[in-house]
Design a protein around this ligand. Structure first.
Ligand SMILES: Nc1ncnc2c1ncn2[C@@H]1O[C@H](COP(=O)(O)OP(=O)(O)OP(=O)(O)O)[C@@H](O)[C@H]1O
Ligand SMILES: [Mg+2]
Length: 266
């Protein structure tokens, strides 16, 4: 089989003429793969903009999902090759994020519980800080809305000008604005780790910042919310992100942010 793509959790192969196999790394849990499969299947049934999904299989002792092949590129690639489209794409990104935010009818993990679990397992945060965060999370609103929890331009594909959302493994239920804050934390604190020159990094950061600001502005306009509604979630989300597989530099930046903000809640 021809390999056509690579993510952090899986490799992508050409399965047949119109379908791909997303083959998960060894050690990926069945529950996680099943969740990705079931959320995507449910969304496809509702005619939401996701690829069609066909089967959950075992292949060479690894779990895999067979998807419809999307003929196109990721939003990240599109905006880096056509930066003049950034503002328009950021507004479309906000609009499609809202489009997916409706009630979920089957059992998936709760976003707040995931946040608390990640904060609990962190070996960077001290116990007092963790306890302040647990109390704080309880004061935040909750809901039963589908959250992607990894909604960023690398998980959006563009085909025939249409946006499709992929990679639903991290899906959870919770408050819609918490998912916007999660996107905000990813975009605001992301560190470019590829080998790039100083000037290239500066340009990428500038473009990403433009995209991020327009996305937030447009989402707020569409949903009639205030920036504070988003910002209140950023503290626990940044703290929970410290348990993810991110660079040490990004962890230092996040920790600094968490330590500064936590003083205002305790
Ligand atoms: N249905 C599809 N059709 C065509 N290409 C796809 C499809 N699904 C995924 N890809 C390609 O494979 C890449 C990785 O896919 P995906 O984001 O699902 O994997 P992942 O390992 O979960 O990623 P991450 O690094 O975000 O954890 C995508 O960026 C895209 O280029
Ligand atoms: Mg992905």
């Amino acid at each position: 089989m021809k390999k056509i793509g690579q993510g952090r959790t899986a490799e992508i192969f050409q399965w047949d003429e119109n379908r791909i196999l997303k083959l998960f790394n060894h050690g990926t849990k069945m529950d996680d793969v099943k969740r990705e499969f079931e959320i995507n299947r449910d969304l496809a049934k509702q005619k939401m903009p996701v690829p069609d999904v066909f089967d959950l299989i075992e292949y060479n002792n690894r779990l895999g999902i067979i998807y419809e092949q999307i003929n196109g590129q990721t939003l990240t690639k599109l905006i880096s090759s056509k930066p003049w489209k950034i503002l328009n794409e950021a507004r479309r990104f906000a609009k499609i994020h809202r489009k997916f935010q409706s009630k979920i009818s089957f059992e998936i993990p709760r976003f707040k519980v995931k946040l608390m679990r990640n904060i609990k397992t962190s070996n960077i945060l001290d116990i007092n800080l963790k306890n302040s965060l647990f109390k704080y999370i309880e004061t935040l609103p909750d809901d039963e809305i589908l959250c992607h929890c990894d909604f960023h331009p690398d998980n959006i594909m563009i085909s025939d000008g249409k946006m499709l959302v992929i990679d639903w493994m991290t899906g959870a239920k919770g408050h819609p604005i918490s998912d916007v804050a999660r996107t905000s934390v990813i975009l605001k604190f992301a560190v470019i780790h590829e080998e790039k020159s100083y000037i290239e990094k500066k340009i990428i950061n500038l473009l990403r910042n433009k995209f991020y600001l327009e996305y937030i502005k447009h989402y707020m306009k569409l949903s009639n919310i205030k920036i504070q509604d988003i910002e209140q979630w950023e503290l626990p989300i940044a703290a929970a992100r410290l348990s993810e597989d991110i660079s040490n530099l990004e962890k230092d930046i996040l920790l600094d942010y968490v330590e500064r903000r936590v003083e205002n809640i305790s």
